[in-house]
Design a protein around this ligand. Structure first.
Ligand SMILES: NC(=O)C1=CN([C@@H]2O[C@H](COP(=O)(O)OP(=O)(O)OC[C@H]3O[C@@H](n4cnc5c(N)ncnc54)[C@H](OP(=O)(O)O)[C@@H]3O)[C@@H](O)[C@H]2O)[C@@H](O)CC1
Ligand SMILES: [K+]
Length: 223
């Protein structure tokens, strides 16, 4: 599915069907958390496996706060690293960040590559909620630093919706691109995922539904 189409699905679900963006994000985040839990449980350490969630400035970051909440409910030790001060978040991402903060989920705001280097450790699963379908071009500044550091860590890596740095439509990786062991993508596989260039960055791909009606999916030829 092309980037513009998948974004249209979200928009139509909200504007024409009257679904709440928060509900879509909840479905997305909960489904992703279940996939991450399954991956961790299959690996050495199981549910004791600590998870680091990297959160960016948009709704991909918003998914991260939902994922953190559900992973904690599933018994995982979770910490969130936001690359933006929470007061800069807007809309559904801001709501979910605020819930995570009020719930006392461990949360740090990184303002430098040194912070990221210190706080992303080798023994944890790293979840990329940095940039999603709203990204354009190579990850800039701290986002690029976070991707490079995450790629050096020994733990498992999970990309949410798409690996940060990978072009959604062409599948061309930018410098840097998050190298995932598992990509949990929403609604449908993205067009770029079918390209040979994309394969080394995606790992296993799992599609998670976000609860939009089948009639809407049919309009976009999603099975
Ligand atoms: N209701 C819904 O719609 C649902 C959406 N869902 C989720 O939302 C995701 C899409 O969210 P989104 O549209 O907020 O975009 P997203 O990629 O998170 O961030 C955009 C931000 O990044 C910035 N930025 C851009 N490029 C950059 C770069 N190269 N380097 C650095 N920064 C860059 C850009 O800044 P700007 O370029 O505008 O200055 C802007 O601030 C989607 O993938 C899915 O995960 C699910 O929850 C299901 C329901
Ligand atoms: K991502």
């Amino acid at each position: 599915m092309k980037r513009d189409d998948v974004r249209r699905v979200d928009q139509i679900a909200i504007e024409d069907y009257g679904m709440l963006g928060l509900v879509l994000m909840e479905n997305a985040g909960r489904g992703a958390a279940e996939r991450i839990a399954a991956l961790c449980q299959e690996s050495p350490g199981g549910a004791a496996h600590p998870v680091c969630i990297l959160c960016g400035p948009g709704n991909n970051g918003g998914d991260g706060y939902v994922i953190a909440r559900h992973l904690e409910l599933l018994g995982f030790s979770v910490h969130i690293l936001s690359l933006v001060p929470l007061e800069r978040l807007t809309g559904d991402a801001s709501v979910n960040a605020s819930i995570a903060a009020k719930a006392g989920l461990p949360l740090q705001v990184a303002t430098s590559a040194e912070d990221l280097d210190r706080w992303i450790t080798d023994d944890e699963t790293v979840v990329d909620c940095l940039l999603g379908t709203g990204a354009t071009g190579a990850p800039r500044g701290l986002y690029g630093d976070a991707v490079k550091l995450a790629n050096k860590r020994r733990g498992l890596r999970v990309a949410i919706d798409l690996p940060t740095g990978l072009d959604c439509d062409t599948g061309i990786p930018s410098q840097p691109t998050f190298r995932a062991d598992l990509t949990v993508t929403f609604v449908a596989e993205k067009e770029g995922f079918t390209k040979a260039d994309a394969k080394p960055w995606l790992g296993t791909v799992r599609v998670v539904g976000i609860g939009v009606p089948q009639a809407l999916l049919n309009d976009f030829a999603v099975a």
